[in-house]
Ligand binder design. Structure first.
Ligand code: LUZ
Ligand code: MOS
Length: 773
């Protein structure tokens, strides 16, 4: 076999996901990434004659279009054609959950950056020049930028949702303490490194192939078919990988692919549409800002007896995924705590911002921020530490969530107490308070942040996936699934599964591009569930093939198939290695006309949810963990550093420890960025002010904590997780919420009169104001 000296991992044999492999497995893509050889949409080899497109978008947030003059733009040399809603042969509609979003504005615009037309030209440069020549006259209408204002005006996306458990009203009467307050958490820009984009090419007979940077190839296919008014089988969507998605390409990769396809449909020529950073920032939606109110009631011994909230979600100008995101806010409103009496309500408020969308955590973080704020407020008023209230209310085995699911295999207390013990948090808290006694210009703060995150799409019908596995006649293997690789390492996990089942080196295995002609009708790669769903399907397909191959081997060796084991690329009979190698076995299967292809379908068992009752069992399982965050603030400047984040995380039994650690670290920093520095700003006219990397700050190497330690909790894992290795994409983002409360505690140490505010992000500017307020 060909040896690759540069990659030691390739020599590693998989044996039931052996310990060494779990630790040494690298992201399959790391090799091409560091060499600059990884392919993205922009790297597709374009056909001769390919056109380039640029989107003309609304320069106002709300108004009636009186007139648009395209004549100067159309007259520019090199401009091929400008497409508008009038060129849509099917439906000018791209809304996924609610049909409330046109592809191109018709007579009205609803947000600054709303697509109006597509300019197609010989080069992107010419298309951009043409865009500047378009004259538009808009009669401006009142602009709503805030959720509260939308609520006051009765501007909503859909009907409110509400979950309840127990009798909240009555429980408040039995409380020793009751506190109320308001919170705000801002949006967040995805800032995937690869901007949105697609490349469309015409095939025969009006068929179109799209290469798209999307998390949801099927949504792209379905929406193109709808807009063009043609059958889905005429559209092929292919995805090699994304340069990051973070939820921003779950729904919002679709319009660009549809526009490119529309132009290809009319011109019968390839069309490339890739947004530049400014266009992407302006035209796409972000994490939803939330304005919320809470009421929390506690007993004398700090048990949370009652909790009530109203979440105002700033949904933007169209539904997009907002209703599903609002639902997940309710699912996570009580985070890791058992609260016997809960009433939560969420309103999806329609404003004139770009439609806000999925973002790692999907409304969960927004919900958790509110209960953590409520606990911090209660602690401050009662005169105890927030940690005491948190600890007194952690979720236990068989506790009921507000949505009716009974908590099982709960690790909330386990991760909490493990974190306290492993990291000696008593000593840490003493050090912090000693530091604060001895220093005036600098203060430290420490916070605890437990997390509980439900795994599954909350929309039960979406929890399914398929895998198509081919073994070629030379023994090499090709695997197709619906999983989209976006840097999270899912391809590596798929490969590990096949290597594990067949006991062959990973060199034999190729993960194919994600393509709608090979795996159809897929859910997006989202909800942290991609490895679980597609991995289980891959496991099923590989196991079926293995069973078949065992029969072949048993015949060849004249033994019972029950005695056959595949190991180290050979057939073993009762632990004795035979002469029959993997490749010989495949040759033999070919001669015996045994099918070497398998297609498997997996649908998560056990889950269900009844929206009429708002009760059910929506999640396959939950992921738990606890983070302890320490910060030091400079009380002269308001600047701060994070000394450390110490985490005990519930990986289940991690199948790829390096990849999973990368997910925890990346999500943590992304969560901290949301809570501390990333400040989306729109002006009152609905224009995005934080529209460049000079005005929107995300964490860099100087702002990450000085130390991040992540220890796996001791646990047995969960059968519904792939190889008991739990979903890891989103849950750790919520450790970042701890950063906010560590800062609050440090401020309080300097300014005992500080009245806690829950208005994220906690930028240095706000820290400074709080120190002296
Ligand atoms: N996307 C989705 C998600 O469509 N449904 C979900 O429940 C979800 N959860 C997290 C992230 N994306
Ligand atoms: Mo999602 S926030 O695309 O998992």
């Amino acid at each position: 076999m060909h040896k690759n000296k540069e990659n030691k991992v390739l020599d590693t044999k998989l044996d039931a996901v052996s310990k060494s492999l779990k630790q040494s497995i690298k992201n399959l893509d790391s090799h091409t990434h560091v060499r600059g050889e990884s392919l993205y949409v922009d790297d597709v080899n374009i056909r001769q004659g390919t056109f380039h497109a640029v989107v003309f978008d609304s320069p106002k947030a709300h108004g009636k279009i009186n007139s648009i003059n395209y004549s100067k733009a159309e007259a520019l040399e090199g401009v091929e054609r400008i497409f508008t809603y009038k060129d849509v042969p099917g439906k000018n509609e791209i809304g996924g959950i609610i049909p409330d979003e046109p592809l191109f504005a018709e007579h009205e615009v609803h947000f600054w950056g709303m697509p109006i037309a597509l300019i197609v030209a010989e080069s992107e440069f010419i298309a951009r020049k043409a865009r500047d020549l378009i004259e538009i006259d808009i009669e401006e209408l009142p602009v709503i930028t805030r959720a509260k204002e939308a609520k006051a005006k009765g501007s909503f996306i859909n009907a409110p949702r509400s979950f309840s458990l127990g009798d909240t009203e009555k429980a408040f009467q039995d409380c020793e303490y009751v506190f109320e307050g308001e919170t705000f958490s801002n949006g967040q820009e995805h800032l995937y490194i690869e901007a949105q984009g697609a490349y469309a090419e015409p095939l025969e007979n009006g068929n179109i192939k799209i290469t798209s940077s999307t998390q949801g190839p099927t949504s792209v296919q379905k929406t193109i078919a709808q807009v063009l008014g043609i059958a889905m089988h005429k559209i092929e969507v292919d995805v090699t990988r994304l340069g990051g998605g973070f939820g921003g390409k779950e729904d919002q990769a679709t319009p660009w692919a549809v526009m490119a396809a529309l132009a290809t449909y009319h011109l019968n020529q390839s069309v490339k549409l890739i947004l530049n950073r400014h266009d992407d920032l302006r035209m796409t939606g972000k994490r939803h800002p939330y304005e919320s109110t809470y009421k929390i009631g506690l007993s004398k011994d700090l048990k949370i007896l009652a909790y009530q909230t109203e979440f105002l979600q700033n949904s933007g100008a169209a539904a997009d995924l907002s209703p599903a995101i609002a639902e997940r806010t309710l699912f996570h409103a009580t985070n890791s705590y058992y609260v016997p009496n809960v009433t939560t309500k969420v309103l999806s408020c329609k404003t004139n911002l770009p439609p806000n969308t999925a973002f790692r955590g999907f409304g969960g973080p927004q919900g958790m921020f509110v209960i953590e704020s409520a606990i911090a407020k209660a602690a401050s008023e009662i005169g105890v530490s927030a940690r005491q209230i948190q600890e007194a209310n952690l979720l236990d085995e068989n506790d009921t969530f507000s949505y009716g699911q009974i908590a099982k295999k709960v690790e909330a207390k386990n991760t909490w107490h493990s974190a306290k013990n492993i990291f000696n948090s008593d000593a840490l808290e003493r050090e912090v308070s000693d530091f604060n006694k001895n220093n005036t210009a600098f203060k430290k703060g420490v916070s605890f942040m437990p997390i509980t995150f439900g795994i599954s799409f909350t929309n039960t019908p979406m929890n399914h996936a398929r895998a198509l596995v081919h073994i070629y006649l030379d023994g090499s293997i090709g695997i197709s699934t619906a999983a989209v690789e976006m840097g999270q390492g899912v391809n590596t996990k798929m490969m590990q599964i096949a290597a594990d089942v067949f006991s062959v080196s990973i060199e034999h295995i190729k993960i194919e591009t994600t393509n709608t002609t090979r795996v159809a009708n897929t859910s997006p790669s989202a909800a942290s569930s991609t490895a679980d769903l597609n991995g289980k399907a891959t496991l099923m397909a590989c196991n079926s093939l293995l069973e078949r191959l065992k029969i072949v081997a048993a015949e060849d060796l004249n033994v019972s198939e029950n005695n056959i084991i595949l190991k180290e690329e050979y057939v073993f009979v009762n632990d004795n290695k035979t002469e029959l190698s993997w490749t010989d076995l495949i040759s033999s299967a070919m001669l015996k006309r045994v099918a070497l292809t398998e297609n498997a379908h997996y649908a998560t068992p056990e889950i269900h949810f009844d929206k009429t009752k708002e009760k059910g069992h929506p999640f396959a399982y939950h992921v738990y963990g606890t983070a302890i965050t320490t910060t030091t603030i400079d009380c002269t400047r308001g600047t701060y550093e994070f000394d450390s984040v110490k985490i005990v995380h519930d990986y289940g039994k991690s199948m790829s420890e390096g990849i999973d650690l990368g997910q925890v670290e990346g999500a943590l920093i992304q969560g901290m960025g949301w809570m501390t520095m990333e400040e989306i700003a729109y002006n009152d006219e609905g224009k995005l002010l934080s529209n460049a990397l000079s005005t929107y700050k995300i964490p860099d190497i100087f702002s990450v904590p000085k130390s991040v330690e992540v220890i796996p909790v001791e646990t047995k894992g969960h059968e519904l997780a792939i190889l008991k290795s739990k979903a890891v994409g989103e849950p750790p983002l919520m450790y970042g919420i701890g950063a906010y409360f560590a800062l609050q505690n440090a401020i309080k140490a300097f300014n005992p009169n500080y009245d806690l505010k829950f208005h994220a992000p906690m930028t240095p500017e706000k820290v400074l104001m709080s120190l002296y307020s």
